[in-house]
Ligand binder design. Structure first.
Ligand code: GLN
Length: 211
């Protein structure tokens, strides 16, 4: 399994480290030619969605990635990555990949609540720790979107087919369950059993090649 991690800006290293812990291989996507590599899944990290969206456009990667996601490539967007995937952003006129049927709100928690932690239920995973940094939340979702987590009446994780988003940063916590959930999504698409990820996590510290 090869996971591409968008590495033009933001917190991509932390995702690489988490995948490495789970024994999954990954590579960085920095330019259009990186998209020629076989990719089983894609991670869009946190950072600054405006900068990431502009770089995706300028580097000619926006449309190719949009096409792959529309064809079913599993994608996991955290924070800014969620905003890249949102079809609508309530307080921003810009749209980026716009493949996921939801309305997001940018920098939704205000200045004084720019960063905070919470613990809340995540569908199928139990209670997990959540770190929010100048986070968005999801105001509403379309019919095909499943809500996976809610904090203080606000949607903070959701899934539409092979698209997974979190407003928080699971890569900044030591808890690997959300990444494992994403790896299981990829395995399910490939028709492979879903329990290998947990076994790998227990037994392997394999390097994340070539990150
Ligand atoms: N506030 C950022 C944005 O609007 C997202 C913050 C993050 O990714 N931690 O893009």
């Amino acid at each position: 399994m090869q996971i591409g991690i968008l590495a033009v800006q933001g917190a991509f290293l932390e995702h690489e480290q988490m995948l490495s812990r789970l024994g999954a291989s990954c590579f960085e996507i920095r330019q259009k030619s990186d998209l020629t590599r076989p990719m089983d899944g894609l991670i869009l990290p946190g950072g600054e969605s405006t900068a990431q969206g502009k770089l995706l456009r300028d580097l000619g990667m926006l449309r190719p990635l949009q096409e792959q996601i529309e064809k079913g490539l599993p994608v996991f967007g955290t924070c800014a990555g969620l905003l890249l995937l949102a079809k609508e952003i309530q307080n921003d006129t810009r749209r980026h990949l716009a493949t996921m049927d939801m309305v997001a709100v940018r920098n939704a928690y205000g200045r004084q609540l720019g960063s905070f932690s919470a613990e809340a239920a995540f569908d199928g995973l139990g209670t997990i720790p959540m770190t929010f940094i100048r986070a968005p939340y999801i105001e509403s979702v379309g019919a095909g979107v499943r809500v996976l987590a809610v904090v203080e009446d606000r949607i903070v994780a959701a899934r539409q087919g092979n698209q997974l988003v979190t407003a928080f940063h699971p890569e900044l916590c030591s808890d690997p369950r959300v990444h494992r959930y994403f790896l299981d999504m990829i395995r399910a698409r490939q028709g492979v059993g879903c329990h290998a990820a947990s076994l790998v996590f227990e037994s392997s510290e394999k390097a994340c090649y070539p990150c």
